[in-house]
Design a binder for this molecule. Structure first.
Ligand SMILES: NC(=O)c1ccc[n+]([C@@H]2O[C@H](COP(=O)([O-])OP(=O)(O)OC[C@H]3O[C@@H](n4cnc5c(N)ncnc54)[C@H](OP(=O)(O)O)[C@@H]3O)[C@@H](O)[C@H]2O)c1
Length: 361
């Protein structure tokens, strides 16, 4: 029978494979994407805040990455406190099991890819997967959903505007990457949930820097620069440390601000500067060959041909090649003023990640 703060459910525990079976409580938080950069750091912070966490995973290999990260932070015992549930966000029956008696959901799971061949997979995982999370949140009476979107899903500036903020409108006439379209579509699902009565928050982070996960996202930049990558471009985008993303997620969830979105960018910085800072922190050669726009135009075409002939994944798409030379500035004033968030500097975040890279690779 339910008690005031929770109850034990042996049947549910029998149904959940691979989870650390324990009594569970009403103040239970569900994290999707818990085996990724953001989700794993979020789970760790929630556990440190003494929250009850259930998290979904898809493979033992991914769980191993989370274990290594907890070990790196000297927090391995906390790993055992997570209720791990094996589920894919596209597998509704499996996902449904994870939603029993959940009060808050942090939806961090997504496919991140800029390979045009992944268009369908992006739409399916990011839009359909988010629709599943929203529908189950509504069906199970979840109190709050916090969705990790991206600056890629923000709007497009008009010719007389200079900085992108939360009110900048998406222009469907402007060319966007499949990833951006999928994150924008996912946001639409979250807003639909809001209209149907779900309390939601959306976080739009810039490129996220943090320890672990060296074969994807900004982690790959560390690996490539350590391996002697020597090119840079002069485009500008928004950057942020993973711990600040986690702070923004938790603070927005704890706030009363239902139906709000926040840009989570510590600084707008050029690729040239960020690559230089990473190389300095790793004490390796600084990328010193400027890849001019005409060079990246040739490169993406060659890359496409090689990919078609060999079947290997694309390393640079046409849209990404152009983005690398564009200047996008993001305004972080809203999260600073409404949630009081203060950001760590990008050089600090890079230094911390570089030290982790050197210790763990
Ligand atoms: N990294 C960045 O620079 C950045 C910037 C802005 C926004 N974001 C957003 O932040 C969120 C987290 O990104 P991240 O950097 O942590 O990504 P990540 O390291 O690639 O992790 C992605 C997570 O999503 C999970 N996932 C993917 N497809 C799934 C599916 N079908 N079912 C269940 N889980 C699935 C992955 O599980 P597996 O381990 O099993 O693959 C992994 O746990 C994403 O929504 C991303 O769009 C990231």
């Amino acid at each position: 029978m339910p008690t005031e703060d929770g109850f034990f459910c042996p049947i549910f525990c029998l149904l959940v494979p691979h989870s650390t079976i324990k009594p569970y409580f009403y103040h239970m938080i569900l994290v999707t994407g818990a085996t990724g950069l953001v989700g794993s750091h979020l789970v760790l912070q929630l556990l440190e805040n003494r929250q009850q966490v259930r998290a979904i995973y898809r493979s033992e290999k991914s769980l191993g990455k989370v274990k290594s990260l907890f070990q790196f932070y000297g927090k391995l015992p906390l790993f055992e406190q997570v209720q791990w549930v094996r589920a894919d966000i596209l597998d509704i029956p499996a996902l449904e099991l994870a939603f029993h008696h959940i009060e808050q959901v942090y939806h961090c799971a997504a496919l991140i890819s800029f390979d045009p061949a992944d268009e369908n997979a992006l739409r399916k995982t990011n839009i359909e997967g988010t629709a599943n999370v929203v529908n189950l949140s509504l069906a199970f009476g979840v109190k709050q959903l916090c969705y990790v979107s991206s600056i890629a899903a923000l709007g497009d500036l008009k010719s007389y505007e200079a900085i992108i903020d939360e009110t900048t409108e998406w222009n469907p006439e402007v060319e966007h990457s499949d990833y951006a379209i999928s994150k924008y579509g996912a946001e639409m699902e979250v807003w639909r949930g809001w209209q149907e009565g779900l309390s939601v928050r959306i976080i739009n982070p810039g490129v996220i820097i943090g320890p672990g996960f060296w074969d994807s996202g900004s982690g790959k930049l560390f690996s490539q620069i350590a391996d002697g990558f020597s090119f840079y471009t002069k485009g500008i985008t928004g950057w942020v440390g993973v711990k600040d993303v986690v702070k923004s997620l938790i603070q927005s969830m704890e706030s009363e601000q239902n139906g709000q979105r926040y840009i989570v960018v510590a600084a707008n910085q050029s690729y040239e500067i960020v690559l230089k800072l990473i190389a300095e922190a790793l004490q390796v050669k600084i990328p010193n060959r400027y890849a001019k726009p005409w060079m990246t135009e040739i490169y993406w075409r060659l890359d496409k041909i090689i990919s078609l002939l060999s079947g290997r994944k694309r390393t640079l798409s046409r849209i990404t090649a152009r983005t690398l030379h564009q200047e996008h500035h993001y305004d972080n004033a809203k999260i600073k003023s409404e949630l009081g968030l203060e950001f760590r500097t990008i050089p600090d975040c890079i230094l911390e990640a570089a030290q982790a890279f050197q210790k763990t690779t």
